[in-house]
Design a protein around this ligand. Sequence first.
Ligand SMILES: [Ca+2]
Ligand SMILES: [Ca+2]
Ligand SMILES: [Ca+2]
Length: 274
Amino acid sequence: MDIISGTFFSKPAPVYVLEGTKKKGRFHKAKPILTITGRTPVAYEKNQVDNKKNLKQTQCSKQYLADLNDDGLLDLVYGDKTGRFTKFDGVKKEGEMSFTNTQSTLKYADGGDVKLTMPGYEKYSSPHFADWDDDGDLDLLSGSSTGAVFYFKNIGSPAKAVFKKPTTLLEGLKLHTKRDPLSYYMVPKELEQDRPQFISSVTTTDYNGDGKLDLVIGDHYVEYNKLASVSQKEFEEKQREYEKIQSNVVGLRKFQDTYMQHKNLGRVWVLLRE
Ligand SMILES: [Ca+2]
Ligand SMILES: [Ca+2]
Ligand SMILES: [Ca+2]
């Protein structure tokens, strides 16, 4: 058994493999996954274009390996900040996994890019593939910036995956409707406990053994507490001030550091399928 690990940024590489050894639970050192010519398979914000000057590398929220064209070789799919699903097809290379230099994107039947479309710029698509409808082909499931989970049915064939527009399996938080970093992170207590908070990542397994796939979702949970030394009045005033300015991330950090304590945590949620 080998471990595949992705990273948020692509320096020096976005995906590593840790090959298993003969000793149980022991692995070789992580090595980067590369293209057939030894390049790093970098996902760009726009699809591959001739004018390489304008290419801007995107943040990858999750990487996933699945064979989407039934050629026996794993293909590499990235989720990213802009909500797309970028793909590098697997190619044959002796002794190791390898991929095309060129990126493509997962497609709908009408040829459009499969994309998360919730409001706001940071969407963080998070691909996972499983045969969710049990018809023999791999369907796409995705977490997102708001914690919502989407299902894209594969309406192509095992040899050519093509997807249907998404069905929402789990609604996300309603707060992330504008590019306002404060609303992005600060979630009222009652909602915090209700559903995944931020950049959810989904996987499937039959958790309760009833023969149907269930969802296991990881999230990024940020716990905030007002500093004890700051009065409630002052805190609320500053918060209103901040909301009025609709400041940027730098402003958010300043507000957090001055008036709050915060902890970044991860949680795991299980949703059983009915
Ligand atoms: Ca393949
Ligand atoms: Ca299927
Ligand atoms: Ca189940």
